[in-house]
Design a protein around this ligand. Structure first.
Ligand code: TIU
Length: 238
């Protein structure tokens, strides 16, 4: 038993300090890798951003997702968006910018940031498997007005591997919410992206500062390398 527990543990480099993670108590949380943020014609572009900047996170995240799935680690996807009647969208969020490109307005990928529309869905490269929970969230944080915390507690999860977009907005908000709830967050830096390189850097710096005040920051290579070395006990193979 002792042996089996040890074998499901991985260690890898991170800042401010190297980490040891029990895979049975960890989940990969992928924040808002939606067409609305990553593709032209969606919410990100409506806000005046160069959406191509987020592409850098897609390749590394595909690799992490594949490895994590191989090891049977819980994967949770989130999507930011609203009900078609926008009753869950605060007016200060909706009444921003040009009325033709606001939340709920019709764009090339359907109504902007509205659930059920093509733009609201997750990009094909990272599409959830049928058994992977998808959290639809109305805000920036994945815990606000969702059942994410309930899901994590029911599964005995205490560590979150956090990825997605954007680093300083929904990733940071989610990490701060998680930290206050007692979850350990490990943000995979190359699997996050921002429309602003300086905010990406600052967003990561704020998490790991002061001895990791909100969590840890690691490059995905360390996690991937340690996952590749995991050897399961014989009884788990059959
Ligand atoms: N605008 C921006 O950087 N982000 C968002 O509006 N949402 C998320 O980060 N998902």
């Amino acid at each position: 038993m002792e042996e089996a527990t040890k074998m499901l543990n991985v260690s890898f480099d991170a800042e401010p300090a190297a980490l040891s993670v029990d895979l049975d108590r960890a989940a990969l949380v992928i924040i808002d890798m939606q067409r609305d943020f990553l593709e032209p014609g969606g919410f990100g572009e409506a806000l005046g951003n160069d959406v191509a900047r987020l592409q850098a996170a897609v390749g590394p995240l595909m690799q992490v997702l594949a490895a994590v799935r191989q090891h049977g680690i819980l994967v949770i996807h989130t999507r930011e968006g609203h009900r078609p009647d926008l009753t869950d969208a605060p007016p200060i969020k909706v009444l921003r910018g040009d009325p033709s490109t606001r939340i709920g307005a019709k764009g090339p990928m359907g109504r902007i940031l509205v659930r059920g529309e093509p733009g609201h869905d997750i990009i094909p490269q990272l599409y959830p498997l049928a058994d992977e929970p998808v959290i639809d969230k109305p805000g920036k944080g994945a815990f606000y007005q969702t059942d994410l915390e309930l899901m994590l507690r029911n599964r005995g999860i205490d560590t979150l591997l956090v990825c997605g977009v954007t680093t300083e907005v929904c990733v940071n908000t989610t990490v701060r919410e998680a930290n206050d709830r007692g979850f350990r967050c490990i943000v995979l830096s190359d699997c996050c992206g921002s429309y602003f390189p300086e905010f990406h850097a600052a967003g990561l710096a704020m998490i790991k500062a002061q001895g990791g005040i909100f969590g840890s920051v690691a490059e995905s290579a360390g996690l991937l390398g340690s996952l590749a070395k995991v050897r399961y006990p014989a009884r788990a193979l059959g």
